[in-house]
Design a protein around this ligand. Sequence first.
Ligand SMILES: Cc1cc2nc3c(=O)[nH]c(=O)nc-3n(C[C@H](O)[C@H](O)[C@H](O)COP(=O)(O)O)c2cc1C
Length: 389
Amino acid sequence: MDSMVLVSQCGSRVGTMVLPRDFVAAGIAMYSFARDALFALESETAHDVTLRTLARSAPVARRLYARHVPHAPVDLMGMQLPNPIGLAAGLDKDGRCIDGLAALGFGFVEIGTVTPRAQPGNAKPRLFRLPQERALINRMGFNNNGVEALVARVKASKRGGALGINIGKNATTPADKAQEDYLEALRAVHAFASYVTINISSPNTPGLRDMQAGDSLDGLLGLLRAERDRLADQHDRYVPMAVKIAPDLDDEQIDAVADRLLHHGIDGVIATNTTIARDGLPPRWWQAPGGLSGLPLRATSTRVIAALHARLGQKIPIIGVGGIQSARDATEKLQAGATALQLYTGLIYKGPALIRECAQAAALVRAGQRASALKDLVGSDRARASTER
Ligand SMILES: Cc1cc2nc3c(=O)[nH]c(=O)nc-3n(C[C@H](O)[C@H](O)[C@H](O)COP(=O)(O)O)c2cc1C
C-alpha cells in the first residue's frame, strides 16, 4: 500500500484526504490539505488552532518534518545549531508550543515578543492575509501573557534545542521608562534563553522604532549590555544578545546602527522586522496600519542584510528574515551575508516543508563557500610555490 487516508476536523469542517506513504510527500500533502481548511477560518483563529494542534502532535510532526531536514550545522553567536533555519518571533509569542515547533525541524526557535506585564494588544481584527501577494499585514501590538507566564511555559517545555526569547516594552510604558521594561524582561528570561533578542523595530508599538537611533539606542544597548554581563557573572551563564531592526532604514541609518552594535559588543543582528511600506500592494492596503511581511518585503530585507554585511563583515553575525518562501530566497539572503535565517509568513503559505527546502539551500551555499575557499587556498599555495621556485 503506498497511501493512507487522513480524516481531519478543523473548526466545524471535516475533510478526508489520501496521504502518500512517503513521509516527505505526506508532510507536503498534509499541509496543503490543512491550509485549505485553515484559510477558511479568520486568520487569528486559524493561528490559534494551528498552535493548539501542533502543541499536541510533536511526535507526528517530528516524523513528518524534522527527520527529513538535512543536517547543515552552523555556529551562531556561540550556539551550535543543527541547521541555520529558525522560527521568527511573533508566531509563538507566549511559548505555548515550543516542543511542537522544534519538532518541525527548525535549527532554533524564537518566542516572544514578550513584555514584562501581560497586555491584550490592539483591537481585532489585527491580522490580514494577502494571498495574491503571499503576504500578511499585522498590527497585533505585542499581545502576550507577560514574562512570568512565558518563563513558566519555557520551564515546562523539553528545551531540547536552541531557544531565543524576544523582549519588548509594554504599550503603556512611557518612552522615558522603556529601558526599565527591557531590563526587567532580560532579568526574567536570562536563565532560560539560549539568546535574547532586543526588539526595537515593531511598527505596532508607538515610539518603539525611535529607539533604533541616537542617544536612545546608545542608552538602551549600554544598559542592557551591562546588565547581561552582570547576570553572566552572577549565574556563570553567558547569554548572547541580538538586536532586531526594521527594514525601513536608509544606508546611513543602517551604518549608524551597525556602528552602535559594534561599539556595545552586541552578539547578533536580526534583519528585518515587518515594513510600514506598501510598495506593490493594491490601493485598498495603502492606508492599512500595521507591518507588512512576506514576499513584498523580500528584496528590502535582503538590501538591509547586504548593507549590514558591508559594514560589519564577519564581526557580528546577521540573522536574515523577511519574505523567505523558497530555496532561492534563502540562498539570496545567505549570499547577501546572513549566517542564519528565520521564517514566518512563508510558513503560513508553504507549510513546514519550507524548513527542509531552506536547510538544503543553506547546505549547498555552505558547500559552495567551502569549495571556493579551498580553491583560493590551493591557488595561493600554487602562487607561493611558483615564487619560491
Ligand atoms: C502576525 C505577525 C506577528 C509578528 N510578531 C512579531 C513579534 O512579536 N516580534 C518580532 O520581533 N517580530 C514579529 N513579527 C515579525 C516577524 O518575526 C518577521 O520579522 C517578519 O514577519 C518578516 O519575516 P516574514 O516575511 O518571513 O514573515 C511578526 C510577524 C507577523 C506576520
